[in-house]
Design a protein around this ligand. Structure first.
Ligand code: ATP
Length: 431
C-alpha cells in the first residue's frame, strides 16, 4: 500500500473537472455510510502508466467506481443530491448512472465490490457482493488489479495485492491465477489487446494459463456471442494500425483453431485494407459484420454459426458467393456494365465480404462501391414524360440506359442525357 497524490490522480483521469464536485459528494456519502469507495481497473492502470513512462494516455472513456457496500442504497442517497438517474442495473451488481451537472450529462459505471464464482467452464460466473480484496482477485490481469481508495480506510492509497505495479514496470501481461482462462477465456483476447496496445509481453503464467485453457477445451465452450464480441473489440477499442498485430497474435496463439473457428490468414491484409477503404461509407455495425465474415475461410462459411450468426445470413452469403464463383473464371472478359449488374444483385455487406474472399474482383468492387453505385441520372421520370417518353416500362429502361452511358463515360451532364432521350425517341419514330 502506497500513498498517492489524490488531487493529481483525479485531475488526470477525470474527463471533465465538473466531475470533481460530484466525486467529492460521492466520497462524502461513502464516508458517512462507512462504505469504502475506490477506483479500479483501466483508470488506475493508465494513470500509473502515465507516471511511469511519461506517456500521454488518452482520458478514460469509462470510469469504474467501485463501492464495498450496498450500492443500490448508496446510489439512492447520491441521486437525492445530484440530478440523475439509474439507466441500467445488471445481474452483476453494476449500475450505469446518468448524471446532469450544470446542463451537461455524464455516464458513470458504478460497481459493487464483488466475488465471482465460476461453476462451469467458460460460462458467466455467479457474483456476490464482497470485500475489496475479493474484488481485486477476480480481475483479469495484475496490471488491471490495482485500486486507488477514495474514502477511509484507504483514502488516497494505492492498493496493490498482486504486484501489478511491478508488472507495469516490467511490461508484463500476467493472469492472477492459473485457471483464469478456464473460467473466462475472453480474458485471453483482452490480454492480446493490452499486449499490442502497450507493447507489453505475455508472462510465463500467461502461457501456463493458456495451456490449461486448451486442456479443458474452454475456448470451444465459450459462447459464439461472447467470442464474436471479443473479436469486435479489436475494431472498436484499438487503433486501426494495430489490427494486423492483433489478428496475427490471435492466430499465432492458435486461438481461432481452439475456438473451432475456421479462418483464413491470407485474408488478413485484404480485410484490413478493405475496412480502411470503407471508412465513412458504412456504419460501425456493418463494419463489424464484414470484419467477422471476412475473417472466416470462404470454403467453410458454416463456421460462421460458431460466431452466432443466424442461419438466414449464412445462407445468403453462401448464395452470393456462388453467384460470384460462377462468373469468376470469365471475370476479365466481362464488360464493366455486366460486372455492375452482378454487383447490384448483392447487398453491400455480402458484396464487400466477397471482395475479401476473391481478390480478382476487389478492384472493380471498390470502384463500384465508392463510385458507380452512386451514379444516377439527372433527369427524373417526370421529365422524361415531358420529353415525350411513354409512361410505363420504357421510362425505367431509359433511366437505366442513361445510367449505363454515364458510367461508361459516354455522356456527362443533363444536356447529354436529354440528347440521348431525343435520339431514342427519333429512332423509335423511324422504326
Ligand atoms: P480498457 O482501457 O480496455 O477499457 P479497462 O481496464 O477499463 O480497459 P474494462 O473492460 O472497462 O477495461 O474493464 C474494467 C476492469 O474490469 C478491468 O480493468 C479488469 O480489472 C476488470 N475486468 C473486465 N473484464 C474482465 C474479465 N473478463 N475478467 C476479469 N476482470 C475483468
Amino acid at each position: 500500500k502506497t500513498k498517492i497524490d489524490l488531487e493529481d490522480f483525479l485531475k488526470t483521469i477525470l474527463p471533465d473537472q465538473k466531475l470533481l464536485k460530484f466525486l467529492s459528494l460521492a466520497r462524502d456519502i461513502s464516508k458517512k455510510r462507512r462504505e469504502f469507495l475506490y477506483f479500479a481497473g483501466g483508470v488506475v492502470r493508465d494513470y500509473l502508466l502515465k507516471r511511469l513512462y511519461k506517456k500521454r494516455i488518452p482520458k478514460p472513456k469509462d470510469l469504474d467506481l467501485v463501492l464495498q457496500g450496498n450500492l443500490k442504497s448508496f446510489l439512492k442517497e447520491l441521486l437525492e443530491k445530484v440530478k440523475g438517474q439509474i439507466l441500467f442495473e445488471s445481474q452483476f451488481l453494476t449500475y450505469k448512472v446518468k448524471i446532469n451537472l450544470n446542463g451537461k450529462e455524464f455516464l458513470i459505471d458504478f460497481i459493487t465490490a464483488r466475488k465471482e464464482i465460476y461453476e462451469d467452464i467458460a460460462k458467466l460466473p455467479k457474483v456476490f457482493a464482497s470485500h475489496f480484496e475479493d474484488d481485486i482477485l477476480r480481475r483479469d490481469f495484475t496490471i488491471n488489479a490495482l485500486i486507488i481508495g477514495l474514502s477511509p480506510p484507504y483514502e488516497g492509497v494505492l492498493i496493490d495485492l498482486v504486484e501489478g505495479e511491478e508488472d507495469l514496470k516490467k511490461g508484463l501481461i500476467k493472469p492472477l491465477y492459473l485457471n483464469s482462462f478456464v473460467d473466462d477465456p475472453t480474458r485471453i483476447f483482452r490480454g492480446i489487446r493490452y499486449k499490442i496496445r502497450f507493447g507489453f509481453n505475455f508472462s510465463e503464467d500467461f502461457f501456463l494459463a493458456l495451456k490449461k485453457c486448451f486442456e479443458k477445451s474452454a475456448l470451444k465452450k465459450l459462447s459464439g456471442t461472447r467470442l464474436a464480441n471479443e473479436l469486435k473489440l479489436y475494431l472498436t477499442k484499438e487503433p486501426e494500425k494495430n489490427l494486423k498485430n492483433l489478428l496475427m497474435t490471435t492466430y499465432e496463439l492458435n486461438l481461432f483453431e481452439e475456438a473451432e473457428l475456421k479462418i483464413n490468414k491470407k485474408n488478413f491484409n485484404s480485410l484490413i485494407s478493405l475496412l480502411k477503404e470503407l471508412k465513412g461509407e458504412i456504419s460501425e455495425r456493418e463494419k463489424e459484420k464484414i470484419f467477422l465474415f471476412g475473417l472466416v475461410d470462404s470454403r467453410f462459411l458454416e463456421s460462421l454459426y460458431r460466431l452466432g450468426f443466424p442461419d438466414s445470413e449464412i445462407k445468403e452469403l453462401i448464395k452470393y458467393k456462388k453467384l460470384i464463383e460462377e462468373n469468376l473464371s470469365n471475370w476479365e472478359k466481362l464488360s464493366l456494365w455486366e460486372k455492375i449488374k452482378i454487383f447490384e444483385k448483392i447487398p453491400s455487406i455480402y458484396l464487400l465480404t466477397l471482395g475479401i474472399y476473391f481478390p480478382k474482383i476487389k478492384k472493380d468492387l471498390i470502384k463500384f462501391f465508392k463510385e458507380y453505385r452512386k451514379v444516377k441520372p439527372e433527369l427524373t421520370g417526370e421529365e422524361l414524360i415531358k420529353l415525350g417518353v411513354k409512361e410505363g416500362k420504357e421510362i425505367g429502361a431509359l433511366l437505366e440506359l442513361i445510367r449505363k452511358e454515364k458510367i461508361e463515360g459516354k455522356i456527362k451532364n443533363e444536356e447529354d442525357e436529354k440528347n440521348l432521350v431525343i435520339q431514342f425517341l427519333l429512332n423509335k419514330s423511324k422504326n
